[in-house]
Design a protein around this ligand. Structure first.
Ligand SMILES: Cc1ncc(COP(=O)(O)O)c(C=O)c1O
Length: 384
């Protein structure tokens, strides 16, 4: 019998495994506060649900164009005009099966076998794992605390000195830290990539979820940047599996051929929902403001428990917390927090193989009452 291929031999996504364990305990009747999952507790905006309900009566969700329905791509183009003041040709926008689908398309369109792609540690684990499964090389660079755990142009230069780079991936706001890249940071990174002829990929999935300053899109500083985004987070549509990719014109053909063959098209009901969700800014902003209350409460409470916040959490709904005053092993810390305090956290090991044992990630896209309960449980458990 044939064994699984070597390309499938990638690390598991530990956050998903923790989520499974927390869900299992909940199904057994345990009361668990979910600071682990990176998904909003509330679902899709009401207008999106209504639009799909209406569309269901038509009973017909045929394939769309491989890159998605032009009506949605046009409305996304309008969104960029509205939010960022940018004119983006809708043909440069591809709808995808979540941001995850956009990674696969972008990586395949841009990188060949064994090509090196730099990314920050700590960072979102599937970047590394998808690149590895596709036969490309993820070059994880230890990001510095003084750079708020984001890549710098110097990091790009150092990684390029060790071997030619085909691409650089950044995320702003980032998972797991929530830190932002400023316009100047983005411009300097884009310039460093241009100078080396490598692709600049900006994961902007947490745009819309910032608390003090708005996030800047990489397209504002570099029209050649590859931007990836999704309806999963700001629009709270995780399971709908709908995201998008913005690419330079010269890549449209390659991405379209890949999309035709890999997925035929993104899910049609979700495209109908996405079209309507773009009208839900007030609802999504109100949710973001509620997460802001949770963020403020956690930022006050955690340091008092000896849990310092590793980097300023400007956005997303995460903070990376240093647990070294209490434990040397975040895997064990998370297992005990779940068992003894009924609080689910995510180990930092997922995001940074080298330093992650000192960190846990807290996700706070919950309602404020649950957040408050989680804080009280952690306080009682840690200061017992
Ligand atoms: C930084 C980042 N990018 C991409 C994704 C995947 O998003 P999607 O649900 O759109 O595939 C996530 C999910 O948590 C994420 O944190």
């Amino acid at each position: 019998m044939r064994p699984a291929s070597s390309r499938s031999n990638i690390a598991p996504f530990l956050a998903m495994e923790m989520a499974r364990e927390a869900s299992r305990l909940q199904a057994e009747g345990h009361d668990i506060v979910r600071f682990d999952v990176g998904q909003p507790a509330h679902g899709a905006p009401q207008v999106a649900l209504d639009a799909v309900r209406d569309a269901l009566s038509a009973r017909s969700f045929p394939y769309s164009e491989a890159l998605g329905a032009m009506a949605v791509r046009r409305k996304l183009s309008d969104w960029y005009k509205h939010i960022h003041g940018l004119d983006i040709d809708p043909r440069r926008i591809a709808l995808t099966t979540g941001a995850s689908g956009a990674f696969t398309l972008a990586f395949l369109a841009l990188f060949g076998d064994g090509e090196r792609v730099a990314l920050a540690a700590p960072g979102y684990p599937p970047y590394r794992h998808i690149l590895t499964a596709l036969g490309m090389r993820a070059v994880a660079v230890d990001a510095e605390l003084q750079a708020r755990l984001q890549l710098t142009p110097q990091d790009v230069e150092d990684a390029a000195r060790a071997g030619p780079l085909a691409g650089v991936i950044v995320a702003s706001p980032a998972n797991p830290t929530g830190t932002l890249l400023s316009r100047e940071d983005l411009a300097a990174l884009a310039q460093a990539c241009r100078a080396r002829g490598c692709a600049f990929i900006s994961d902007e999935i947490y745009h819309g979820l910032t608390y003090e300053q708005a996030a800047v899109t990489a397209l504002a500083v570099d029209d050649e940047a590859i931007v990836i985004n999704s309806f999963s987070k700001y629009w709270a549509m995780t399971g709908w599996r709908i995201g998008w990719l913005i690419m330079p014109e010269r890549l449209i053909g390659a991405v379209e051929r890949l999309a035709q063959n890999l997925t035929v098209c993104p899910p049609s009901p979700s495209q109908a929902a996405a079209l309507a969700a773009l009208d839900a800014q007030a609802e999504c902003d109100a949710r973001r403001d509620a997460y802001g209350v949770n963020r403020a409460r956690l930022m006050d409470a955690l340091p008092e428990m000896g849990l310092s916040i590793a980097a300023p959490p400007d956005g997303a709904f995460y903070m990376l917390v240093d647990i070294s005053a209490h434990s040397r092993d975040s895997l064990d810390f998370c297992a005990r927090a779940l068992r003894e305090a009924g609080v689910a956290l995510t180990t930092g090991v997922d995001f940074d193989e080298r330093r992650g044992r000192s960190w846990v990630r807290l996700a706070y896209a919950r309602d404020t009452e649950e957040t408050q309960r989680g804080i009280a449980r952690l306080r009682q458990w840690i200061l017992r």
